[in-house]
Ligand binder design. Structure first.
Ligand SMILES: [Ca+2]
Ligand SMILES: [Ca+2]
Length: 281
């Protein structure tokens, strides 16, 4: 068993969590236990899509890697740390030329590889480019990833008056700190949020740990159509909030049905046996 399967296995044993937040009635469900090893060496990715190999239709991934390698690609190097212009950028949705809008202070948002003390730490087992948000040791910092344009593009592509929504969001959250949090919006309304404090409490993780699976987690949120997602907001009041492999899934996406677990099969076998012995009587 490799390191990653141990990693995900440990997570599945410790947490199957659905949380409602924000004091509003919502149908968003949050899971922390389904991340899988990414084939590009970026640690964890969504169970639905890999940074290199792709995945199911209607899922898109932001890897912060090599966006500028695609001709005509509108990916931005505005937030890329000096020296990484050829490698890192915001917006690299699997060679798809359609963008997300990043709104925030360029002095607080960064895209880079590797860890630099006092700046940012690569998420556990992530040797690729990743994004981060830093308050530069003063006040709080905020960045918004707005997916409205991407959603409008795919809605236009679908045609026939079909209005698509975004009903899935996943991201790899590195070195979770008590002062990081992620918020998820629909049409300007907060649908749900995840705080670093809440996540660390759930896992028994230590704030800012750069290697432990209890502090480096793939987070997934499933949204109802009524509360479909369009904007991700990340806040931090310290150094730093790090993330990679941001995945969205359109409402037209496939949702694979999980295979029955061993326990479920065992229970089914017992029921079948019971029926058989009753029939014999
Ligand atoms: Ca990456
Ligand atoms: Ca951190």
């Amino acid at each position: 068993m490799n390191k990653f399967s141990k990693f995900t296995k440990a997570l599945s044993l410790t947490a199957v969590i659905g949380l409602g937040f924000a004091g509003v009635s919502n149908a968003a469900t949050i899971n922390f236990n389904n991340g899988v090893a990414a084939s590009d060496g970026s640690g964890l990715t969504s169970q639905y899509i890999d940074p290199v190999n792709g995945g199911l239709p209607d899922y898109f991934i932001e890897t912060f890697d090599s966006a500028t390698g695609v001709p005509g690609f509108p990916g931005s190097t505005a937030y890329t740390d000096a020296g990484f212009e050829q490698d890192c950028a915001v917006n690299s949705v699997n060679n798809s030329p359609f963008g997300i809008s990043v709104n925030g202070n360029a002095g607080e948002i960064g895209v880079r590889q590797g860890s630099v003390s006092g700046v940012a730490a690569a998420p556990a087992n992530d040797t690729t480019c990743y994004g981060y948000l830093s308050n530069n040791n003063s006040g709080s910092a905020t960045v918004e990833f707005d997916y409205t344009n991407l959603l409008n593009y795919f809605t236009a592509q679908a045609g026939n008056g079909v209005q698509l929504g975004i009903t899935y969001l996943g991201f790899y959250w590195g070195s979770v700190d008590t002062y990081n949090d992620f918020e998820f919006y629909s049409g300007g309304s907060l649908v749900t949020e995840i705080s670093g404090v809440g996540l660390l409490n759930q896992f028994g993780g230590s704030s800012g740990n750069q290697t432990s699976p209890n502090s480096n987690t793939y987070v997934e949120i499933e949204f109802s159509i009524a509360e479909q997602f369009d904007t991700l907001v990340i806040n931090t009041s310290g150094v730093a909030g790090e993330f990679d492999n941001i995945v969205i899934g359109l409402s037209s996406r496939e949702i694979p049905v999980p295979a029955p677990t061993g326990l479920a099969l065992f229970a089914f076998g017992l029921v079948a046996l019971g029926l058989r012995s009753r029939l014999k009587k």
